[in-house]
Design a protein around this ligand. Structure first.
Ligand code: NOJ
Length: 567
C-alpha cells in the first residue's frame, strides 16, 4: 500500500444517505462488568440503565451490549441457550425494554450482540440433537460427524479449537455407546451450527426480527467470518490460537473454517431483514486478512460495518499506522462503506497496557503476575495518543467500557479467579481475557469502587483502579475522561467522522500527520508523534486538543497526539 499523500475517506455517496452508523461512536458495554444494581457482584441491565447518563455525558452515539441472553456463562454469555430471553443474572426482558427506552430518550442507539456461529450446549436444539441420535434432523442443525479410525475413536478432522485443544468432542449416544463427534470452534460447550441448514437460517431471521421489533438499532455479529465451513470439512494442517485468524500471514480464507464464500449469502439475507426496518446496523466481528477480503463483507447488499482489527493489531510505529489506516479506508471506500476503528474490546489486552509492551511483541492473550509488567504511565500516554488519533479518523469508532477512564488491564489476577475458558483449555499457557473484563471503578471512595452496592465484584479490581475511578476524573482538567469528552464533542462539531483524510507532508517518518476535512469544513491537522524528536506545528496553528502537554516551544512531544486548526 502506497504511503504517498493521498485523499481517502468514506466514498462519495448520494445525498441523504449519511446514515448515523457511518460516523457513530459506539460504546461497548460488557454487562457483567459495567454496573451491578443488585449487590451480587455481577453487573446487570438495570445497572446499565442507571448509568446511561455517563454515556450521554461522555458524548457517544450509542452502546453495544455484549450478550445478555440466557446462558450458562461458559464463555461469558457468548454461549447462548435462548436467543429470545434475558439471563436472570442480567435481568428480564422488561429490563431490556426499559434500557432501550431510556437510551433512546437520551439519543443513544442500542446495538445487541448476536452469536450465530454456535449455541450453548444447553440450547434446546443441542439437547434435542444429543437425544435424537445420528442421522436425525435434530443433529443436522449442528456439525455432527462420525469419527475416523476403526471404531470412530479419532476426531473427524484435525481442526483445533480457538481456545485450545481439539475442535471436536465425542458424544455418548442415547444407547450408552461412544458415538459421533460434534464441532466446536470455541469451547466444547459452544457447538457450531450448520449454516447450510435452512432451519438454522430461518431461525436467525426470526431472531433478528424479534429484537428489531423490540426497537434495537442493530447487531454486532460474533465470529461473522466463521459461519460457513469448507465443503467436506477438510483438514486444516495447522494449529491456531485465540483470535489468531486476523493475524495469520496467509489470507484467512485459506483456513477451511474462516472467511468461506458461503457467509456472504447469509449476510445478504440479513441485510434484507434489516433494511425492512430502516436505519438499523449490522457490524461484523470478522478477524479476516487481508483488508480486501474484509471489505467483501461490506458490499452494498451485505453488512454495514466491520471492525478494522488490523488497525488494533498495528504496532506503535508511524509507518505501520499510516499503512493500516490507508488500507482500511481504501478497501472499505472501494465498496462504499466507512471504516470502523477500534482499539480495545473484551477480547484483547486493553490498549493502555498493550501499547507499553515491546513494539514488535505479538499481542498476548492476557498478562499474568509472573509476566514482565508493562509500564503503566507509558501505556497510558500512548493509549491516550492512540485514542485521539483514532477519534480523528473518518468512519465509525467503537470504544470499550473503561477506556474513557484510561483503565489499564489487570495484569496480576490470581489464577484461582479466572473464568475465561481459554485459560483452562490452554491449560494455563495463556492468561486469557479476564484481565480486560474487571468491573469498572465508578467512585474512588466506595466499596467495590462503586461497581456494586454491596462492594462485591465478580473479579477483583486492582488497587490502581481507585485512581482511575470516574468520579476522580469528572471535571478534572487533563484527566482521560475529560480528554475523551472533549474529543467526542470536537469530533462531532468538526464533523471528523464524515471527513476526508489526506496525509500531511513535511513531517518525519516517526509522525502520523494528516488533514481531516469534513464536508464544508476547514481542515483539521492531526499530528501523532511517535518519535523522540518534538514536532513543530505550522505557523499560525491553533491547538484544539492534545493527548498530553506540548513542550515549552509549543511542539508535540513523543507519544502525544494533537488536533490542530490550520484554517
Ligand atoms: C468473539 C467474542 O468476542 C468472544 O468473546 C467469544 O469468546 C468468541 N467470539 C466466541 O463466541
Amino acid at each position: 500500500m502506497s504511503l504517498q499523500p493521498e485523499t481517502l475517506d468514506a466514498p462519495d455517496r448520494p445525498a441523504g444517505t449519511a446514515a448515523w452508523w457511518r460516523t457513530a461512536v459506539v460504546y461497548q458495554v460488557y454487562p457483567r462488568s459495567f454496573a451491578d444494581s443488585t449487590g451480587d457482584g455481577v453487573g446487570d441491565l438495570p445497572g446499565v440503565t442507571a448509568r446511561l447518563d455517563h454515556l450521554a455525558d461522555l458524548g457517544v452515539d450509542g452502546l453495544w451490549l455484549s450478550p445478555m441472553y440466557v446462558s450458562p456463562m461458559a464463555d461469558g454469555g457468548y454461549d447462548v441457550a435462548d436467543y429470545r430471553d434475558v439471563d436472570p443474572l442480567f435481568g428480564t426482558l422488561a429490563d431490556v425494554d426499559e434500557l432501550v427506552a431510556r437510551a433512546h430518550e437520551r439519543g443513544l442507539r442500542v446495538v445487541l450482540d448476536l452469536v450465530p456461529n454456535h449455541t450453548s450446549d444447553e440450547h434446546a436444539w443441542f439437547r434435542a440433537a444429543l437425544a435424537a441420535g445420528p442421522g436425525s434432523p435434530e443433529r443436522a442443525r449442528y456439525l455432527f460427524r462420525d469419527g475416523r479410525g476403526e471404531r470412530g475413536e479419532q476426531p473427524p478432522n484435525d481442526w483445533r479449537s480457538v481456545f485450545g485443544g481439539e475442535a471436536w468432542t465425542r458424544v455418548t449416544e442415547p444407547d450408552g455407546t461412544p458415538g459421533q463427534w460434534y464441532l466446536h470452534l470455541f469451547d466444547s460447550r459452544q457447538p457450531d451450527l450448520d449454516w447450510t441448514s435452512a432451519e438454522v437460517r430461518e431461525e436467525f431471521h426470526a431472531v433478528l426480527r424479534y429484537w428489531l421489533d423490540r426497537g434495537v438499532d442493530g447487531f454486532r455479529i460474533d465470529v461473522a467470518h466463521g459461519l460457513a465451513k469448507a465443503e467436506g470439512l477438510p483438514d486444516h494442517g495447522r494449529d491456531h490460537d485465540l483470535l489468531d485468524a486476523g493475524r495469520e500471514d496467509a489470507p484467512t480464507h485459506l483456513a477451511p473454517m474462516w472467511d468461506q464464500e458461503g457467509v456472504h449469502e447469509v449476510y445478504r439475507g440479513w441485510r434484507r431483514v434489516a433494511d425492512a426496518y430502516g436505519d438499523r446496523v449490522l457490524i461484523a466481528e470478522a478477524w479476516v486478512q487481508p483488508p480486501e477480503r474484509l471489505a467483501r463483507y461490506l458490499r452494498p447488499d451485505e453488512l454495514h460495518l466491520a471492525f478494522a482489527f488490523a488497525f488494533l493489531d498495528t504496532p506503535w510505529r508511524a509507518g505501520d499506522l499510516r499503512a493500516a489506516v490507508t488500507a482500511a479506508l481504501a478497501t472499505t471506500g472501494a465498496v462504499g462503506a466507512p471504516a470502523t476503528w477500534v482499539l480495545s474490546n473484551h477480547d484483547v489486552v486493553r490498549h493502555t497496557t498493550r501499547l507499553a509492551l515491546p513494539v514488535d511483541a505479538r499481542r498476548p492473550i492476557g498478562i499474568r503476575a509472573t509476566d514482565p509488567q508493562p509500564d503503566e504511565a507509558l501505556g497510558l500516554r500512548r493509549g491516550r495518543a492512540a485514542s485521539l488519533l483514532m477519534l480523528a479518523l473518518p468512519g465509525a469508532a467503537y470504544l470499550y467500557q473503561g477506556e474513557e477512564l484510561g483503565l489499564p488491564e489487570h495484569t496480576a489476577l490470581p489464577d484461582e479467579v479466572r473464568q475465561d475458558p481459554a485459560f483452562f483449555r490452554e491449560q494455563g499457557r495463556v492468561a486469557g481475557r479476564d484481565g480486560c473484563r474487571v468491573p469498572l471503578p465508578w467512585e474512588a471512595g466506595a466499596p467495590g469502587l462503586g461497581f456494586s452496592p454491596s462492594g462485591r465484584t465478580w473479579l477483583p479490581q486492582p488497587e490502581s483502579f481507585a485512581r482511575f475511578a470516574a468520579d476522580a476524573q469528572r471535571g478534572v482538567a487533563g484527566s482521560t475522561l475529560e480528554l475523551y469528552r472533549a474529543a467526542l464533542r470536537l469530533r462531532r462539531e468538526l464533523g471528523l467522522g464524515a471527513g476526508r483524510l489526506a496525509w500531511a507532508e513535511g513531517f518525519g517518518a516517526d509522525v502520523v500527520a494528516a488533514h481531516v476535512t469534513a464536508p464544508d469544513g476547514a481542515p483539521v491537522l492531526v499530528v501523532a508523534n511517535l518519535g523522540p524528536e518534538p514536532v513543530a506545528l505550522p505557523p499560525g496553528a491553533r491547538v484544539l486538543l492534545a493527548s498530553g502537554a506540548l513542550d515549552e516551544a509549543g511542539r508535540v512531544p513523543q507519544d502525544v497526539t494533537a488536533w490542530v486548526s490550520v484554517g
